[in-house]
Write a new protein. Structure first.
Length: 393
């Protein structure tokens, strides 16, 4: 193994792309190992990822630790492939311990090479739809970005949230009309991080002819947002003071957005979207109190009484049931509906996004699907969205 050790001493450096060790004989254990260099606190280490059928285990090693690990692994695996900057190298060890090393030129036709700093990064930077390093006026004014385009450390979660939301917007672009102006309403827009982001992404980055309206109850917030829209030259983005359930400012809307509208405000927004025959709905509900209140007295004499006696459990069950009912009702009206994770649970438990894309040419208001009607009857609840739509039938 001295020959292999000497070879690895020369090979393990920042010019290494990766090492693959595979084809082990142990059943049910580690079936392959990937090793790559990383930069961690300005120090070059080597990350070993060991794969089983269901899991992957990572460890960061020094160069000497990595060499010792590879030599120990080769006792069982007998071969490895080394992807180096200029060479592809195969190492084989025979049953008698003879080491054979074969190399060929590493040619990557048509593949752009990333910078070595990026390749070595421990957490390789994600390519965001609004990239870091390019100053964006509204992100600067909202305190997310510096004048030179750098994201403030305390605002990185908000920056990731904005880009995550834009990924959902990107996915639904094919559902929006191409031959006319697109109308979008953001109910409960608040400080409008995401409203400005949507307008910037759709109009400025993609050249889509879009009219956007942000609606909220806070007059001071709406006033500030309107001033910013004028400052940026966003002439088709306006903000209005108003309540979701009473808004009647337009006859036709292509996309309805509602993020963290509290309790039944989400139901009114979904109801408006259905009656407007909207093509797309993006909704992140919040504070689903309605069903929680209704559930509190319905399980006293049932088999679930003990479980539902815990307030925090009943609250979370009610929130999940509420969003599931909303999804099924929208599906019954003619939408393709998905419930997706908006942001990581570690940031907020209010992280379910309802994404609904109209499948039919015309929405049919007939939320009568027996499966969810039976479920609602079993739960002994009357969800607001169903009550609103039942009046339209």
């Amino acid at each position: 193994m001295d020959e292999l050790r000497s070879f690895l001493e020369e090979t393990l450096n920042t010019q290494l792309n990766k090492i693959i060790i595979s084809n082990g004989k142990t059943k049910g254990g580690v079936n392959k190992i990937h090793i790559r260099p990383i930069l961690l606190k300005e120090k070059v280490l080597f990350q070993a990822a060991s794969y089983t059928e269901k899991q992957v285990f990572h460890e960061n090693l020094t160069k000497e630790e990595t060499i010792n690990k590879i030599i120990a692994l080769m006792e069982e695996y007998k071969q490895c492939e080394i992807d180096h900057e200029d060479k592809i190298i195969t190492c084989l060890i025979s049953k008698k311990g003879k080491v054979t090393i074969k190399a060929k030129n590493n040619v990557r036709k048509g593949e752009e090479k990333a910078s070595k700093t990026e390749l070595l990064s421990h957490n390789r930077r994600k390519k965001y739809l609004i990239p870091e390093g390019v100053p964006v006026p509204f992100l600067i004014d909202l305190g997310v970005m510096t004048e030179d385009g750098k994201i403030h450390d305390k605002m990185y979660d908000k920056y990731r949230q904005i880009n995550r939301f834009l990924e959902f917007v990107e996915d639904i672009l094919p559902a929006l009309p191409k031959d006319r102006e697109v109308t979008i309403i953001d109910f409960g827009c608040g400080k409008s991080y995401l409203t400005f982001a949507m307008y910037y992404y759709l109009n400025k980055l993609n050249g889509i002819n879009v009219q956007m309206i942000g609606l909220d109850l806070k007059e001071d917030v709406i006033d500030k947002c309107n001033k910013l829209a004028v400052k940026y030259g966003y002439d088709k983005l306006k903000f209005l003071v108003g309540d979701i359930k009473d808004y009647e400012g337009v006859d036709k809307v292509d996309m309805v957005v509602t993020l963290h509208a509290c309790d039944t405000a989400t139901d009114y927004a979904l109801y408006k979207a259905v009656t407007w025959d909207a093509s797309v709905i993006l909704s992140v509900p919040c504070c689903q109190h309605e069903m929680n209140k209704q559930l509190s007295g319905t399980y006293k004499d049932t088999d679930l009484a003990a479980l539902m006696s815990y307030g925090i459990i009943r609250e979370r069950v009610a929130a999940l049931f509420t969003d599931a009912v909303r999804a099924e009702v929208l599906r019954d009206c003619g939408f393709d509906v998905q419930l997706l994770e908006f942001i990581d649970m570690e940031h907020t438990p209010k992280n379910i996004l309802i994404r609904a894309v109209r499948e039919k040419k015309k929405i049919e208001i007939k939320p009568n699907k027996k499966t969810h009607r039976d479920a609602i009857e079993y739960l002994k609840v009357t969800p607001m969205l169903l009550k609103l739509l039942d009046k339209e039938r």
